[in-house]
Ligand binder design. Structure first.
Ligand code: SF4
Length: 412
């Protein structure tokens, strides 16, 4: 069961309540470089980003937000630290939300109150972000006590349990994060401001999980989930899937960002994959492909990767399977909207459970994409299967007897 939160709006995107869990990202450009920032946001929109945040470190960045906003189609969030004047200018420029960590505003509560008043006047939302890294690190004493060795009066040496110590430290840190967030919320509520969402991020998934769980027991403000500084593509995606996945499976979370040391466009498919895996969103392609093994009769890895790449911009929910042999292939392919079950140098194409045709290996890509396109609305079909067909096909052939060999490029 999804936890019931109060609903707020960031621009026209509802967050919380029964709204779909929204997917967001953050630009890596210098915000003042309007052309690059707008171009990156438009690329993010194409792959399904629903809210976008930009860093506003200086006034030059704040002053271009209005121009950026005019040229994009999703809500714009200004990320502000230290200087509340930047937030006030961002709000004047028409952003849809400001992300603040009240703990690092130079003028503290007074600055937050000015921002809240400006948000109220404009009717926009605020994210209160408390990151574990922005709280004091564990105090020295706690660190020294992490592994405690003591000699009892009978001479026996006792050691504390490091795992138990880490758990206790994690709980204390999470509690402090939650208390800080609740304190900042109370400052906003005293000004009758409630358009708030909250993030309690940490680069350690277990700390973030602990903090979000605790918060959700004590407040119904919507939550922005994230594992901050999660790392490069693979470790970051895995850490995010574990951290966010556990929380989402418990019904916690109203909007998510997967933070990767990668192009922000790569964060979006990871986020949707997490949500699709938990059946919380069904946007785009649910993709099934086998890892291949010694039974494989086609180069399934290459075909699968190419099909996935070609379908990256599809938003219509569709289930596609690419399978390497007759053991599991026909079953999975039949269950999908469109499926390919490989055989020796050829493959069977399924559509909605029915065999459509058998094609040679050099036509796999063409055949799968043509079937997928036939199930999509016209504007998406054109992206997947352009007029005139697919100009190049997956280029390798694999059988047990012949190994892997190049196959000629298919031109239609
Ligand atoms: S579908 Fe066939 S080729 Fe693919 S992993 Fe399973 S047994 Fe191996």
């Amino acid at each position: 069961m999804r936890r019931k939160t109060r609903q707020i709006h960031v621009g026209d995107v509802p967050i919380g309540g029964d709204a779909p869990i929204a997917v967001q990202s953050m630009c890596t450009t210098y915000t003042r470089d309007v052309e690059s920032t707008v171009a990156q946001i438009l690329r993010l929109e194409e792959v399904g980003c629903e809210l976008v945040r930009v860093a506003v470190p200086e006034m030059e960045d704040a002053l271009v937000l209005g121009e950026i906003k005019k040229r994009i189609h999703i809500p714009l969030i200004a990320d502000i630290h230290y200087n509340h004047q930047l937030a006030l200018e961002a709000i004047r420029q028409g952003v849809d939300c400001v992300r603040i960590n009240p703990g690092n505003l130079i003028h503290g509560r007074k600055a937050l109150e000015e921002i809240v008043k400006a948000c109220k006047e404009r009717g926009i939302a605020m994210r209160i972000g408390v990151n574990s890294g922005s709280l004091d690190a564990l105090d020295k004493q706690a660190q020294m006590q992490r592994i405690q060795i003591r000699r009892r009066s009978d001479g026996v040496v006792e050691r504390s349990d490091p795992a138990e110590e880490r758990r206790r430290e994690r709980e204390q840190l999470a509690e402090r994060m939650v208390n800080k967030a609740l304190e900042y919320i109370s400052w906003c509520e005293e000004l009758d401001f409630h358009e708030i969402k909250v993030s309690l991020k940490s680069s350690a998934p277990l700390t973030a999980i602990e903090a979000y769980r605790r918060f959700s027991q004590r407040s119904d403000y919507p939550l922005h989930l994230g594992i901050t500084e999660a790392g490069t593509l693979v470790p970051g995606a895995v850490k995010s899937a574990v951290g966010l996945g556990i929380l989402l499976a418990e019904g916690i979370g109203d909007t998510i960002r997967v933070s990767l040391s990668a192009e922000p466009e790569q964060e979006i498919p990871v986020a949707y994959e997490i949500l699709r895996s938990l059946e919380l969103r069904n946007r785009g392609v649910t993709f099934v492909s086998c890892p291949s093994c010694g039974r494989v009769e086609i180069d399934v890895i290459e075909v699968a990767n190419e099909v996935e790449r070609r379908l990256a911009k599809v938003q219509t929910p569709i289930h596609v399977a690419v399978m390497g042999c007759v053991v599991n292939g026909p079953g999975e392919a039949r269950d999908a909207d469109v499926g390919l079950a490989g055989g020796r140098g050829k493959g069977v194409i399924f559509r909605k459970g029915q065999v459509v045709r058998t094609v040679p290996e050099e036509e796999f890509l063409d055949a799968v994409l043509k079937e997928v396109a036939s199930l999509l609305p016209e504007h998406e079909a054109r992206l997947v299967y352009p007029e005139g067909g697919i100009k190049e096909s997956a280029g390798r052939h694999r059988t047990r007897d012949e190994g892997i060999t190049e196959i000629p490029v298919l031109r239609k």
